[in-house]
Design a protein around this ligand. Structure first.
Ligand code: PLP
Length: 222
């Protein structure tokens, strides 16, 4: 077994344990393996271990690795977890299966246009800035309902979930709880939260997707 296969196995077990601990019986948390900066060979190790959900934060880097890999492994589900510029929307819609970082009207408008044009419909999550950090992307929790209504009502986009990246220097617990509450109140089924350091907590608090990089692949290569 490769180290990556071992790490994946470990993390899946921890996810299972956390779900049991929180008595989330019919709840399933999916593991998104964050492969940014990792070479295609590392991703192949994960694929051979059975992993199919991957997260990348840059469109060009994802293209360079996953256009090929998706031809060889047709059931890969690729998630965009980094900020998306409007000039990359066409490429993102063509490649990604889930875009987790819908965070502003201009981007939503560009996505609506491109989805119509390509006839390809990646699942969309709204990124919420639960810590109200000025330097961070994401919609203010207070206005997420309005933004959702704009995306769905005005633009005709289907939104499936919410994601957040809590402030690095804080206990993530209240942020996870807030995202969960917000998703429930807006009737959105998917909740993406939790990374290498805190995915178990996120599972306990109801994450449907955790995004784990270094705990699977080791330190990033850049
Ligand atoms: C890099 C990244 C992750 C993974 O972080 P690790 O700490 O390596 O698990 C998760 N989510 C987002 C948005 C990221 O950019």
């Amino acid at each position: 077994m490769t180290q990556i296969a071992k790490n994946l196995h470990n993390i899946l077990q921890k996810i299972e344990k956390s779900a049991q601990k929180a008595q989330l019986s019919n709840h399933r948390t999916l593991l998104v393996a964050v492969s940014k900066t990792q070479p295609a060979e590392a991703i192949e190790d994960a694929l051979l271990a059975g992993q199919r959900l991957f997260g990348e934060n840059r469109v060009a880097e994802a293209q360079s690795k996953f256009i090929d890999l998706k031809k060889r492994f047709s059931d890969i589900e690729l998630h965009l977890i980094g900020p998306l510029q409007t000039n990359k929307v066409a490429a993102a819609v063509a490649l990604f299966d889930v875009i987790q970082t819908v965070d502003r009207p201009k981007l939503a408008e560009a996505l609506a246009k491109e989805i119509k044009k390509q006839g390809r419909t990646p699942r969309l999550f709204i990124e919420v800035n639960t810590g109200l950090e000025p330097q961070k992307a994401g919609v203010d929790p207070e206005t997420t309902g309005d933004f959702l209504a704009y995306c769905e009502g005005t633009l005709g986009l289907k939104i499936s979930g919410l994601m957040c990246i809590p402030p690095a220097d804080q206990d993530p617990t209240p942020h996870f709880a807030l995202l969960k509450k917000l998703a429930e109140s807006l009737n959105l089924p998917f909740i993406s939260m939790g990374m290498s350091a805190d995915f178990e907590k996120a599972v306990e608090l109801g994450a449907t997707h955790v995004r784990v990089g270094t705990a699977i692949f080791g330190e990033r290569r850049q």
